[in-house]
Design a protein around this ligand. Sequence first.
Ligand SMILES: [Zn+2]
Length: 197
Amino acid sequence: MTTSSQFAPGTLERVRAFINTAVTAEEDVLSSPDRASEWLLRHELLDAAEEIGAADLVFLSDWRRALRDVALANNGGAQTAAELAWGDMRDRAARLPLRLLVGQTPEQTSIVPAGTSAQRVAGRLAGYLYDGVKAGTFRRLKACPEQTCLYAFYDHSKNASATWCSMAVCGNRAKARRRREREKGDQGGFEGWQPSA
Ligand SMILES: [Zn+2]
């Protein structure tokens, strides 16, 4: 469910939008180099001089899944799933090339993503994740645990206690399913991700 109230602050919104390219687009934006380049350029994740090739699409899809997994981990659930998600992110991020860019003055020095165009896209996303972690905003970037949804949203609730992208849609769907399972005498809960709240 897309509403502007679910936008993330600052550059974290680019991470959220990137995760949702698998969910909200009629056709996956990572299905062709042209489509991917156009979308990434429009969302300031790609420079005009950079190019996305066919081989990059798998790399970027893997990054998207990894980002979604840590957003799912932000939504509570099993500890092992969260450890797996962050372990995967740790390995992935460790392989990203970075460069120290020294400007005209020491104050203009910064760490910038390097490598191929796709690696630089991933480097920017990782940088925004890092900024969000430092600012304390990243933990509010959550993916909806409903297995048919997985939509990424920013939790603006007071106690960061939101679980579903939409209580009216996914929340009620999960509730109805739990009720059906209870009526069947099944204690298994719903399949897949198990939010703690
Ligand atoms: Zn949902």
